[in-house]
Ligand binder design. Structure first.
Ligand SMILES: C[S@@+](CC[C@H](N)C(=O)[O-])C[C@H]1O[C@@H](n2cnc3c(N)ncnc32)[C@H](O)[C@@H]1O
Length: 303
């Protein structure tokens, strides 16, 4: 059964992902009049899904067929044992798709912002790297995630990090105040990526940099995948193609933008029983796999 009462997949996910299936004139009018509301609906769906996950219920990015050991999962996407030792176990929800701070070249005393910080996974690693003279801000729009991250910080007495409730489309951070922005498997979930990158540009100090791990498309998804709410919250349905992403980021003003493909997106096996992974695979032709469409990427750039 469709799990979000009140939302119809074709009315929500398809247009949120930037593809309109309606006849063109209607399409244009709908997009002009209702885009804002659709973006709000997308946020509500994502917030509800990740709120459940923060409270221990399964959903979203990743796949139970990847194994239940979150440490093994983190190792598989590039975290070293040394790095994992400084991150509280409770902050690792196996929701990431890369290791952005490994590429951010963080230095002592820097101000770091993590967009979509979840339970604080990369924030705690960044906090260790910038030291007591540095400061880390995690922003997440899901109250349950922010609460969990704050509990983790308090319990482990990590005091150069703070967590703010807010949206990456309206970042609750002052202009020109951040040295480095990291993010891990989040921007694909935004239905307004141009706004996210304009906000990134606004809050970065001149000369500031970004290191973002995310999911991007190698080619456009089938319409059926675009319509799947599971694919959307599972970090696939809302992703942009690598080319579109490059253009969006450059249009926001960032320079020397480089998008590197780091590997396949997830370990969704063809026989997975995970409901999110299953829904994504079932939306493809039988001969196709996730790797045909989706990759894990690292995005770098400067203000
Ligand atoms: C896939 S999880 C990744 C969490 C974390 N980065 C990690 O690697 O563990 C996505 C997170 O982004 C948050 N998120 C999604 N869309 C957001 C938005 N538009 N603004 C703020 N946070 C958002 C969700 O609440 C969730 O915590």
């Amino acid at each position: 059964m469709f799990p979000w009462p009140g939302y119809r997949p074709t009315e929500v996910a398809t247009e949120l992902a930037g593809v309109c299936l309606h006849p063109l004139p209607l399409c244009g009018r709908r997009r002009l009049q209702e885009l804002k509301m659709d973006i709000e609906k997308a946020k509500k769906i994502v917030r509800e899904a990740y709120g459940k996950l923060a409270e221990g219920q399964e959903c979203c990015c990743g796949d139970s067929s990847c194994g239940t050991d979150t440490t093994d999962f983190a190792r598989s996407i590039g975290y070293t044992d040394e790095e994992l030792q400084v991150i509280p176990d409770e902050a690792n929800l196996a929701l990431s798709c890369g290791n952005p701070t490994a590429f951010a070249d963080l230095g002592s005393g820097e101000v770091v912002l993590d967009l979509g910080s979840g339970a604080g996974f990369d924030c705690f690693l960044a906090a260790a790297k910038v030291g007591s003279d540095g400061h880390v801000i995690g922003v997440d729009m899901t109250p349950e995630m922010v609460r969990k991250a704050r509990i983790n910080a308090k319990k482990h007495r990590i005091d150069n990090v703070e967590f703010r409730l807010g949206e990456i489309e309206n970042i609750p951070v002052a202009d020109n105040s951040v040295d480095v922005i990291v993010s891990n498997c989040v921007i694909n979930l935004s239905a307004d990526k141009p706004k996210v990158f304009r906000e990134i540009y606004r809050v970065l100090k001149p000369g500031g940099r970004i290191a973002v791990s995310d999911i991007a498309l190698l080619k456009e998804l089938p319409a059926k995948t675009r319509e799947s709410i599971e694919a959307y919250v599972g970090c696939v349905g809302g992703a942009s193609t690598v080319d579109a992403l490059q253009k969006t980021i450059e249009a926001a003003g960032l320079q020397n933008v480089k998008i590197s493909i780091k590997g396949t997106s997830a370990c969704i096996g063809f026989d997975t029983k995970d409901p999110v992974g299953r829904a994504i695979l079932d939306s493809f032709d039988k001969s196709e796999s996730l790797d045909d469409y989706v990759a894990s990427v690292l995005i770098e750039g400067f203000k």
